[in-house]
Design a protein around this ligand. Sequence first.
Ligand SMILES: NC(=O)c1ccc[n+]([C@@H]2O[C@H](COP(=O)([O-])OP(=O)(O)OC[C@H]3O[C@@H](n4cnc5c(N)ncnc54)[C@H](OP(=O)(O)O)[C@@H]3O)[C@@H](O)[C@H]2O)c1
Length: 237
Amino acid sequence: MGQFNDKVALVTGAAGNLGQALCAALVSEGARIAMLDISSEGLVKARSALPDGAEIELFPTDLLASKDVERTISAVKGRFGRIDILANVAGGFAMGPPLHETDDATWDRMLDLNLRSVFHCCRAVVPVMLEQGQGSIVNVSARAALAAKGHMGPYCAAKAGVVALTEALAQEHKQGGIRVNAILPGTVDTPENRAAMPDQDHSRWVPPAALADVMVFLASDAARCVTGAAVPVYGRS
Ligand SMILES: NC(=O)c1ccc[n+]([C@@H]2O[C@H](COP(=O)([O-])OP(=O)(O)OC[C@H]3O[C@@H](n4cnc5c(N)ncnc54)[C@H](OP(=O)(O)O)[C@@H]3O)[C@@H](O)[C@H]2O)c1
């Protein structure tokens, strides 16, 4: 039994590092979960790490294809009857050349993966939440949204866009029972980051489970008066 008994959570990027940690945290609080990611195999593998008895459904979906997203949201509604929590976790990072040497494809990729994906999901899920009269959306931005660095301009712009979108949506639905918040992770302790930065002090980074804890708080009733926030979660990095 947990604080999300009878709640339905939709998690994007559910096969990734943070997505898996968040699904585990939500399941431990009793939520029923719709796991969304681009790869069926990735979803099946991620599902196998979660408790057998948990009520979980897998939804392979390309977040950049709006029709695909709309189909999935209808399917989630059909399967579970409601969507109480939307966690927009999917995103991705790539270093690039300086901005004046950045091509359109690189710009589009970073903006699409990190910002359009959130737009597509929110646009499809908000009507479901409005019908219910309640819901909570938690977006994943990044510290880079507030403190941009060179050679990652498109990523920083996209993550700053996620903060702006979070604030705009929060304003739109302040009276309608839907809360919208974001987290700003610092460097996350993932296998990919360890491989890319072997010489750094990994104990300073943020474990995915610690980010999941903050997302659970934002999604929960304990944060019932919090909306439009972008919460830094930097660990000691
Ligand atoms: N890792 C960090 O240090 C860090 C720091 C700050 C913020 N963040 C943010 O935190 C979030 C999670 O990071 P993470 O490390 O858990 O990333 P991750 O392990 O790469 O997980 C992201 C997941 O999203 C999936 N995905 C990619 N494109 C998709 C699409 N078009 N449709 C549906 N799913 C798609 C990926 O699938 P594939 O792997 O098959 O592409 C992957 O399973 C991201 O938004 C990231 O930007 C991460």
